[in-house]
Design a protein around this ligand. Sequence first.
Ligand SMILES: [Zn+2]
Length: 326
Amino acid sequence: MNTSSIVGQSPLTASMERILASGRIVHAYLFTGPAGSGKKTMSGLFAQALLCTDKNNKPCYACKPCRQFISGNHPDVFWIRRLENKTGIVVDQIRDLQAAIKVKTYQAGRRICFIDEAHLMTQQAQNAFLKTLEEPPSDTVFFLLAENTNTLLPTILSRCQIFRIGNLSAEDIIKILRRRLSVSKEDASVIAALSQGNPGKALALAEDESFQYLRKSLIKGMSLAGSVKILDLYAIFADYRDRVEDLFNILQLWIRDLLILKETGEWSLIVNQDQSALLKRQVSSFTSAALRDMIENIEASRTMLKRNSNYQLTIENMLLSFQGGS
Ligand SMILES: [Zn+2]
């Protein structure tokens, strides 16, 4: 298989390769992984390889089906997507699909039907879809894309071959950022650390204009730890409440860097390379124990917010618990 467009994911591409080589194509593949993990990219690559007419190099990006697939105009490729005014994929959409696949394919090859956000299929939609899976048309392959499998009927899962999309390494994320966007090495390594192996999240952070502002304001504000002035940082948490996870991650990564610097003095292990002057200035203000406590306090605040604790109180207590200490 031609995987030149893909970074990482080698276990997945290896199993796709085995399937292509054996020619044993099943009727349904389920790609599962969190939002941004690469379900569309990976399922798209496999679908294109199944449609490609090149003998050896699939997908070749040059044959007619490849070109049609890339441009989104392949007549035998269908997408079911959640309608804008609906919270789930509804049964009528499955019925439309069932009607569409009764018709002969336009081209000689296979027909591919994607169901995006398949985890949002209603119970009724799943029951209808199950009937199709029980007697699938021979020329059709279904690709289900799902953030998780918890809401899918076991009878659907048992009829799908499941591809789990794993997290990427920081190196792979950096490669993607450098390939797709003009991100500096320093920024790419910070974003890679904050995106926790999720390429979609990394690309979104790289294109997010407020991200660098948030990061710089927060880490600069850490100079105020141990003084009541640290409460000024609450203003950022109030303004960007919907991004509190990002804010926690930025702080944790910064404190982790301070701790590494304090304990090992090893600059090569530092993620926030572009902020070396600020790191040097802050590192002497904290003891290792205080830094460890801060990391724990951030974790505790995450947990408390998940349990619906009062937002302002939780954040302010966390900030006040950030003690300077030498
Ligand atoms: Zn091709």
